[in-house]
Design a protein around this ligand. Sequence first.
Ligand SMILES: Nc1ncnc2c1ncn2[C@@H]1O[C@H](COP(=O)(O)OP(=O)(O)OP(=O)(O)O)[C@@H](O)[C@H]1O
Ligand SMILES: [Mg+2]
Length: 275
Amino acid sequence: MPTTSTLTRTSAPALPVSLDRVSRTFRDTANEPKPVLRDVSLEISPGEIVSLIGASGCGKSTLLRQIAGLDRPTGGQVRIDGTAIDGIDQRVAVAFQEPRLLPWRSLRQNVSLGLPKGTARVEGQARVGALLDLVHLGEAAALRPRQVSGGMAQRASLARALSRGPGVLVLDEPFGALDALTRLKMQDLLIEIHSAEPATIILVTHDVDEALYLSDRVVLLGVDADAPSAGAGIRSITSVPGSRPRDRGDARLAELRVELLDGLGVPSHHQPQPH
Ligand SMILES: Nc1ncnc2c1ncn2[C@@H]1O[C@H](COP(=O)(O)OP(=O)(O)OP(=O)(O)O)[C@@H](O)[C@H]1O
Ligand SMILES: [Mg+2]
């Protein structure tokens, strides 16, 4: 088991994230402006878990890219701990739906790639070992990505993101490619990780149940029906009751699920069961 002191000594504290009227307009093939995000404002507390949901193509990944500094907003600003993001930022780590591991490197070497530059060798190896244990890959550290399951590869990808000791962890559909059972286990693992490494987590998911199980707040992104070409904004923010780990059968979550599905334009005929 990793010792908490090994992990906390090198990881940064969770940081607040401030989205201040973030807008992003692209150019379409005819070079016409195509607004994708418009005036997205949100204050995220240190250590909070926030899920972004919304229809495919509404701009969720685009918003994550602004937070991670992989793209720049055409309006507004993202601030982390009060400082504006301006390009790739050492305080933020990202993981995607695909694990994106280097195939010729072992899992241990892949995780080491996320360490901040200049990390002393002994300290880095101790941290990587502790993170591999945290994601239950201690025994598999020497294997190459093609020798492990999709779930294991995704756990290595999470460990690589954490190896940088991020104050903010940005996850774009991290469990989207996994089977249903592995996905549930990964959700529990993320909760474990969050207790051991309390970064602020911003997560995109298509799975409303996953959003409700994991998050403090669920943010629904979408366009305004009256101005659909103006770009997406925040349509609703749902605070999720109860502390983690939550009961997956909680009637309050079932009720919120109906509301969120409705917000996504998927009317649900399911009536929450009275207790
Ligand atoms: N670099 C780019 N240039 C032009 N248009 C872009 C660019 N990146 C994204 N877009 C457009 O922005 C819109 C939002 O894309 P984005 O990938 O953020 O959606 P999403 O909500 O993550 O969708 P999904 O749920 O399918 O992953 C899409 O219409 C997409 O074509
Ligand atoms: Mg996306």
